[in-house]
Design a binder for this molecule. Structure first.
Ligand code: R5P
Length: 331
């Protein structure tokens, strides 16, 4: 009996396809609008992915395209509901690994669980480290993130991390306001590096509010270090969560004679009493980025600037194995 003939080789194989064919972006349910905006910038279609729930609430995922050999970027900020979005991210990464993706980059514009980054009292977890371990264990080869609560969280991942700053995007918006007598202020000592960076680039003065946290949603601002009387003050921070810090700081600055206070923050977490607090905040405007989608009620003076072009450029550079730090000169 003659030996059966081998079927012809299906060409081209994934390995032979061009690099561009294997460049994929997909999204969980946390922020599909941002993922679509990034795809539009890159001129790529958003890969088709099903993210649903089983009747018992467990997450059901299926990626509906071939991912074999792909250089895949999963866009998923771990914003509220944090546990749902984190678990989706882990399952998407696991799914891609098992679908033989070549390289998986977790694009996490907002990294939740970041605030517990050290053991500063007995019997508490280091949540930021545990979450990093989970993301790497799931199979992420790289992480692309933005304005981490603390830069050292980069070191919690045993894979390369590209850490972007929203500062170029926010600064461009602030410059449009044409503010004179400008002082940049941090609402707490922890944010001083960020405030100093803005102050330097905007050629402005620097001030710090001396904040004390008295509970998860309450802070007390006790003093202002720096000259703010008669000045326009730009209050910068990494995030607004319950808006206690930023609204307290605004009031403190006004009590010290600041002329006008403008708020600029990267991550608009906006939970608990945040919207009400921001509505009553005596500031001129609130500028945030779209690392997190705004859901529900949005405070009146809040304006959103998109970081999609910045993330898209970083993704393109990672894909082409080019320097990401060069981006800062570009923007
Ligand atoms: C604190 O270290 C952060 O930079 C923010 O200032 C803080 O997390 C904001 O929280 P909230 O809006 O609840 O005061």
């Amino acid at each position: 009996m003659p030996a059966p003939r081998l079927a012809p080789l299906p060409l081209p194989t994934a390995a032979m396809q061009s690099k561009e064919d294997r460049f994929k972006v997909l999204s969980g349910s946390a922020h599909p609008a941002l993922a679509s905006e990034i795809c539009a910038e890159l001129g790529l279609p958003l890969a088709k992915t099903y993210v649903g729930r089983f009747p018992d609430g467990e997450i059901d995922i299926k990626i509906e395209e071939d991912m074999r050999g792909g250089d895949v970027f999963v866009v998923q900020p771990t914003c509220p509901p944090v546990n749902e979005h984190l678990m989706e991210l882990l399952l998407l990464i696991d799914c891609l690994r098992r679908a033989s993706a070549d390289r998986i980059t977790a694009v996490i514009p907002y990294y939740g669980y970041a605030r517990k980054d050290r053991k500063d009292e007995g019997r508490v977890p280091i949540s930021a480290k545990l979450v990093a371990n989970c993301i790497v264990a799931a199979g992420a080869d790289r992480v692309l993130t933005m304005d981490l609560h603390a830069s050292q969280i980069q070191g919690f991942f045993d894979v390369p991390v590209d850490h972007l700053y929203a500062k170029p995007v926010i600064q461009a918006e602030v410059e449009k306001l044409g503010l004179d007598k400008l002082v940049v202020c941090s609402p707490d000592v922890g944010g001083i590096r960020l405030a100093r960076a803005y102050a330097r680039s905007l050629n402005a003065g620097l001030a710090i509010v001396d904040k004390r946290r008295v509970g998860a949603t309450e802070t007390v601002s006790e003093n202002v270090i720096g000259e703010v009387a008669g000045k326009n003050v730009l209050l910068v921070d990494d995030m607004i969560s319950t808006a206690g810090s930023i609204t307290e700081a605004t009031r403190m600055l006004q009590s010290r004679g600041a002329e006008r206070v403008y708020i600029a923050v990267t991550h608009a977490v906006l939970c608990g009493p945040a919207v009400e607090r921001l509505e009553n905040c005596p500031c001129e405007s609130i500028l945030v980025t779209n690392t997190i989608p705004l859901r529900g009620e949005v405070p009146n003076r809040l304006r959103v600037v998109s970081i999609a072009p910045l993330l898209a450029r970083a993704i393109a550079r990672i894909h082409r194995a080019e320097s990401v730090s060069a981006l800062f000169e570009e923007t």
